[in-house]
Design a protein around this ligand. Structure first.
Ligand code: ADP
Length: 626
């Protein structure tokens, strides 16, 4: 009895798009199905080496078979096959989390290059076929099955006698109308199929074969039918570098790693000697849509002498280069090794370490020789690099610090830390930075006054991660990082410090009163030597900075960590003279107002708006009455 089952909603939407597709390039369906067949053979090959229940196969191959009378094209593999459950779960449902996003894009854009991006390749068969049959037998099931669908809302599964392990996909080519019938008939001719295999699937590592009728050479001889292999089977990464075109690399990348844009950079490297491997690595132009979600899995594909072992080997790529896609093919890995054991494999660790160095040196080269390209890279992945500096208490900072770039108070373009040091005057002892939402808000910080006067450059920290990162960096080339929003002691020279000390003694009482007035709000009220135009500023003491306090407040598990806030007052500002004359009650009101203004300048909200406005109005009334 055939079982009739319903496609899941997302699958139905996608199928509908395929069936009614107006896409050009429908021919890519063949590439998708061949690539599925090749994946299935990869799986079987690997499993047969590690799992006794999976029989080995002498000659893995993918067969293309046509039947002009029935108008069918079959893609036949001897790969891992599918069990009944797998048929339901893999062909009836789109598992990928991104599929919804993808379908929306596809509905909008109708861009065929998007197909395959989210693991929906199989459905592309319905662009050319009015009915699809999947005849399959898995080594994990005694029974074979036939899956059938006309691309409508349902499919059926029936038991099916199949002796060989593997899968046959039968496409009943469409014949909607006369004009289109011809288009689809192309997929029945040897000439066209040969062309499509060459164009899209040449590097598939298993033979893609077809029965070909050869012309009789002499009169009287009969025409012969021969099995011919259509692809060259040389994996792209095994070819001589000089024989590979940029277009080939781009095509390979886009199809293999589901991107519709060319890669930003390709790193192709072969190492021979104690360690032998080839790596073909790609940096995508943009991070994939799920890059910042838990769904994203980093990793490189792993092959041993051209035999596929694993799709995403996480150990091959460090967290801070997690955006790199690609593969590693090594002759040094034993095929019999299980995936669990691979984790502890010494060869693999060494390969990972040389790959990491290679990526780093390529990025440094890019920064040096092709700054525009590096800036494009940096814009896309700066958060990942900065997080890498911060992660694990900064143990990787040495490797990453020269890849960092920042905009500064003097420069709207990114500069590196070493460029910052080159620009810095001899007298400047620190690398200064300031944190804020935008350049504008930082430039308006009262603390910038002195920096501008001294002509010191200030790194603009506008990403949330920046300040956490700098806690791990501490120094660069032995020059310490210093926030201009923290205490100022090392900004002032000795005479300035002395003057300030004297003033603080002189106005000790006033400062104490202000401190008392603000006792729940700040830990100290001090006179400032750095303020020029502004009457006050708010800075933090040692430890948690004001910015970090803000970021931590937004975290899901709100941590009630508070920065140590210090209110600095400009003794040279006319306002200070006013403060000296006030009675205690007024001084309290003024202190609160000043504190709130300092908060606003630091990008904080007013803590108690009603208190603030009441005081403000009282002051206004007072001023008017005088
Ligand atoms: P993707 O291949 O990107 O995962 P597809 O829609 O092309 O997405 O295929 C869905 C799933 O169906 C595959 O992941 C695989 O598990 C299974 N599948 C497809 N074709 C074959 C095949 N020829 N042999 C075995 N399994 C297959």
């Amino acid at each position: 009895m055939p079982k009739t089952l319903k496609f899941k909603t997302e699958s139905q939407r996608l199928l509908n798009l395929m069936v009614n597709s107006i896409y050009t390039h429908k021919e890519i369906f063949l590439r998708e199905l061949i690539s599925n067949a090749s994946d299935a053979i990869d799986k079987r090959h690997y499993m047969s080496l590690t799992d006794d229940s999976v029989p080995t196969e002498e000659s893995y191959r993918i067969l293309l078979e046509t039947d002009a009378a029935k108008r069918t094209l079959s893609i036949i593999d001897n790969g891992i096959g599918l069990t009944e459950d797998e048929l339901k779960n893999n062909l009836g449902v789109i598992a990928e989390s991104g599929s919804k996003h993808f379908i929306e894009q596809l509905e909008k854009k109708q861009d065929v290059e998007l197909i395959g991006q989210f693991g929906v390749g199989f459905y592309s068969a319905f662009m050319v076929a009015e009915k699809v049959e999947v005849l399959t037998k898995s080594p994990f099931s005694d029974q074979g099955y036939k899956w059938t669908s006309k691309g409508e809302s349902t499919y059926t599964i029936t038991p099916y006698e199949k002796s060989e392990i593997g899968t046959t996909i039968v496409l009943y080519l469409r014949e909607d109308d006369k004009e289109k019938e011809e288009e689809y008939s192309n997929y029945l001719t040897e000439y066209n199929l040969r062309h499509l295999v060459k164009k899209y699937s040449d590097y598939v590592r298993y033979p893609i074969q077809m029965l070909v009728t050869t012309q009789a050479e002499k009169d009287g001889e009969e025409a012969q039918v021969k099995l011919e292999t259509l692809n060259s089977m040389v994996p792209l990464w095994k070819k001589q570098k000089s024989d590979i075109t940029d277009a080939e690399l781009s095509d390979f990348y886009k199809h293999q790693y589901n991107d519709f844009e060319d890669p930003l950079e390709v790193i192709h490297t072969s190492v021979e000697g104690l360690l032998t491997y080839t790596a073909l690595l790609f940096i995508p132009k943009k991070p994939p849509f799920d890059f910042y979600s838990e769904k994203y899995e980093k990793g490189l594909q792993l092959y041993s002498k051209g035999v596929f072992i694993e799709d995403k080997n996480k150990d091959l790529i460090p967290e801070y280069f997690r955006f790199v896609r690609g593969l590693v093919d090594s002759a040094d890995l034993s095929l019999n090794i299980s995936r669990e054991m691979l984790q502890h494999n010494r060869q693999l660790k060494k390969i990972a370490s040389t790959i990491e160095k290679k990526i780093k040196s390529e990025l440094e080269k890019m920064l040096k020789n092709n700054r525009d390209q590096y800036l494009e890279f940096y814009d896309a992945y700066k958060t990942t690099l900065k997080y890498g500096v911060y992660d694990h208490y900064g143990i990787h900072k040495e490797k990453l610090q020269d890849l960092l770039m920042f905009k500064t108070s003097k420069n709207d373009q990114y500069i590196t830390l070493s460029e910052y040091l080159e620009n810095k005057p001899e007298s400047q002892k620190n690398i200064y930075y300031a944190t804020g939402k935008t350049k504008q808000s930082i430039m308006h910080l009262p603390q910038m006054d002195l920096m501008k006067e001294k002509d010191y450059e200030v790194l603009l920290f506008t990403d949330d991660i920046d300040e956490f990162m700098v806690q791990m960096l501490h120094t660069y080339q032995d020059v310490p990082f210093k926030s201009i929003q923290q205490s100022e002691s090392d900004l002032l020279d000795e005479t300035q410090k002395d003057i300030l000390k004297d003033q603080e003694k002189q106005f000790e009482k006033l400062l104490k009163k202000m401190k008392k007035a603000l006792k729940d709000k700040v830990s100290d009220v001090k006179l400032s030597g750095r303020l020029k135009e502004s009457p006050v500023c708010l800075v933090s003491g040692e430890g948690l900075s004001l910015e970090m306090e803000k970021i931590l407040k937004q975290m899901p598990q709100q941590q009630d960590l508070k920065a140590d806030k210090i209110l600095e007052i400009n003794p040279d500002h006319p306002l200070f003279n006013v403060l000296k004359t006030l009675d205690d009650k007024k001084l309290k009101a003024y202190s609160t107002m000043l504190y709130h203004q300092a908060l606003l300048l630091e990008g904080y909200p007013i803590e108690d708006p009603s208190e603030f406005t009441t005081e403000m109005i009282a002051l206004m009334v007072d001023a008017a009455n005088q």
